[in-house]
Design a protein around this ligand. Structure first.
Ligand code: PHE
Length: 363
């Protein structure tokens, strides 16, 4: 190999070793072997030599080319290996990291109560229906036989939203639903009887103290069929109260009441004993109100296009926070929404057990 080729071999070796990235190495390759590369230019100059010179120099150039190619390949493999090592190191997941201090998630008492109520009433043949939180006053009031001048509208401290919208009863104000009862209307207008639905959901009233929150939860129930009567209403709700509180002979009474959308209407009380400021649910000489109910007012059926001469049924509604507080001894309603982990750890439920009548309602 002539001196100039030896020198090229050395510079090439140094440049290849100095290339510290695949891109830098590629630049070195182009500089040597590219179209206008140094070795390529030397190859091109062979044509000007005599036949003998061309033979020896040509062989040397080929040897040099092979040598440079081998060095380039070796360096390339080295750089790629290093690159992979770097990526593996930077992307590694330390599986030995300890878990965060909060090891377990908890089911919020409201979710747990919804699950329990759905388990009990689902077992009786109810299916879950839902409706929008943002309603209009036709669904929330008018269709439920609460016309605009009805005093019951004042009793619901309604959150009115700006504007009006078209409802089946004409232009209506937009409201946050004050109860889950508008879903009765939506269900009856959308389908054909029989209906057997429960509606767990958020409701809103402009009210806030230890027993009222501007947002709270209710469960609505609705049964409409040809021969449904008050006996079914009573049987269903007595059974529900006893299953929910887990007391087989829990005293349950129906007290005459008034709701515009049911006729007759009743409030349901369960037996309890009051002792030292608190109370115990079960036998005793006192009563606690837990829900409202009644036979669906024929006017409501008519408003939904259902013939009240053929169909009838019952409805009920209850506050979920209230029945959760009673069952689990939670004293203040506001704590439900404070997102205090200590509270949730105390009153929350383990996530593994789904309530069911056969598997047990209580964790
Ligand atoms: N919607 C009523 C309320 O919020 C409860 C209820 C529902 C009463 C269905 C009777 C029938 O107070």
């Amino acid at each position: 190999m002539t001196d100039d080729l030896k020198e090229l071999s050395d510079t090439a070796a140094r440049a290849i070793a100095a290339a510290d990235s695949p891109a830098a190495l590629d630049a070195v390759r182009v500089d040597l072997l590219g179209k206008k590369g140094r070795l390529t230019e030397l190859m091109k100059s062979l044509g000007a030599l005599s036949a003998d010179e061309r033979k020896t120099r040509g062989q040397s150039l080929n040897v040099l080319k092979d040598q440079i190619t081998a060095r380039l390949d070796a360096r390339k493999a080295e750089l790629e290996g290093a690159e992979l090592d770097r990526r593996l190191a930077s992307e590694s997941v330390d599986v030995t990291l300890p878990p965060r201090p909060e090891r377990t998630g908890f089911i919020h008492p409201i979710s747990q109560t919804v699950d329990e109520v759905v388990a009990i009433l689902g077992d009786m043949g109810f299916t879950v229906a839902e409706g929008p939180d943002i309603e209009d006053d036709w669904y929330n009031f008018t269709a439920l036989n609460i016309p605009p001048d009805h005093p019951a509208r004042q009793e619901h401290d309604t959150f009115y939203l700006p504007g009006t919208r078209q409802s089946p009863g004409g232009s209506a104000r937009v409201v946050l639903r004050t109860h889950t009862s508008p879903v009765q209307i939506r269900t009856m207008m959308a389908g054909k009887p029989p209906f057997r639905i429960i509606v767990p959901g958020r409701t809103y009233r402009c009210d806030s103290d230890a027993t009222h929150s501007p947002m709270f939860h209710q469960v609505e129930g609705l049964v409409i069929d040809e021969a449904t009567h008050m006996g079914h209403l009573k049987g269903c709700l007595v059974e529900f109260c006893r299953a929910y509180f887990g007391i087989d002979d829990l005293p349950v009474r129906f007290r005459a009441s008034y709701f515009p959308f049911t006729e007759p209407s009743a409030e349901v009380d369960i037996g309890c004993t009051r002792e030292g400021g608190g109370f115990r649910i079960g036998h005793g000489d006192d009563w606690l109100e837990i829900l409202g109910c009644g036979m669906v007012n024929p006017k409501v059926l008519e408003n939904c296009g259902i013939d009240p001469a053929r169909y009838q049924g019952f409805a009920f509604g209850m506050g979920l926070e209230r029945i959760a507080m009673l069952k689990y001894g939670i004293p203040d309603l506001r704590t439900f929404y404070e997102s205090d982990l200590r509270w949730l750890r105390h009153y929350g439920f383990a996530a593994v057990q789904q309530p069911s009548l056969t598997g047990g309602l209580n964790p």
